[in-house]
Write a new protein. Structure first.
Length: 276
């Protein structure tokens, strides 16, 4: 029996190049994996609407872990087959925090995102590049029920660590909180905004191991996981073989078994051919 039977892949900064495409050799390698019966699964911080085009391009019919582990999207059924929700108290406290500090807020429910109109060029850029955005005229119109994620943007905090700590203290509820500078994403390189994502409590992308075990019987020891960012740490650290991209954040490099080339190279395809 081969040592590895599944591959977990982050999308942005890992699977996609900086121009938002998948290298041809990566696509070909993933197709070969599927033909061999290897389970290929995307694990991303993206919503399901933003993940669908990537699944379609790769012709992947396996469920994808989305919202940093808070939900599981099935492309065959075109719906979330697992979904965790933020508590009403968490939603209200997040709204209160953002409103008191005049910070742009993006509220996400299954299939849709809602925000107030952007007020400057940086907020406009952030909104325009998100998928499925609905712009509303007042904070009262932002959804308060069935909320999977609230994203708060800030141009005031000196760094995302301090922003995340302040948000966490203000909400004071069980959460999966992730934060990062928006310019860590290739499509926002010149944008100075900081981002804090509030998701329901879960294991983050490490939820993928539970999903694989339940749906396929594949244990984490037989999984290869590849990522580039701090929200990939639990996934990469928990896999049988954890891989950091050459462009990865230091926190991920620290826990990875190996570091390969960056997301603009053919490193993923070469790794697949070597390991599988």
């Amino acid at each position: 029996m081969p040592r590895f039977e599944a591959l977990l892949l982050d999308i942005d900064g890992t699977l996609l190049t900086d121009d938002g495409t998948v290298r041809a050799e990566t696509t070909a390698a993933l197709q070969r994996l599927q033909e061999q019966g290897v389970h290929v699964m995307l694990a991303t911080g993206r919503s399901e609407t933003a993940t669908k085009p990537v699944l379609s391009e790769l012709d992947l019919n396996t469920p994808a872990l989305v919202y940093n582990g808070a939900a599981l999207y099935c492309p065959k059924q075109d719906r979330l087959i697992e979904e965790r929700l933020l508590s009403d108290r968490s939603v209200e406290r997040a709204m209160r925090f953002a409103h008191a500090r005049d910070l742009m807020t993006l509220t996400q429910i299954a299939g849709s995102k809602y925000t107030l109109a952007p007020r400057n060029a940086h907020e406009t850029e952030a909104i325009e590049k998100f998928t499925g955005i609905n712009v509303v005229s007042s904070i009262e119109e932002l959804p308060r029920e069935f909320v999977i994620r609230i994203t708060i943007f800030s141009g005031e905090h000196p760094n995302s660590d301090l922003m995340g700590a302040e948000v966490e203290q203000a909400i004071d509820q069980p959460l999966l909180l992730t934060h990062f500078p928006l310019n860590a994403l290739a499509q926002f390189r010149g944008n100075p905004l900081l981002v804090c994502d509030l998701q329901p409590p879960c294991l983050g992308k490490a939820e993928a191991f539970r999903v694989l075990e339940e749906h396929t019987g594949i244990a984490r020891e037989r999984v290869v996981a590849i990522g580039d960012a701090s929200n990939d740490v639990e996934m990469v650290e928990g896999a049988g073989l954890g891989i950091a991209m050459g462009n990865a954040m230091p926190s991920l490099v620290k826990v990875a078994d190996r570091v390969i080339g960056d997301n603009n190279t053919g490193a993923i395809g070469a790794l697949i051919d070597e390991v599988f």
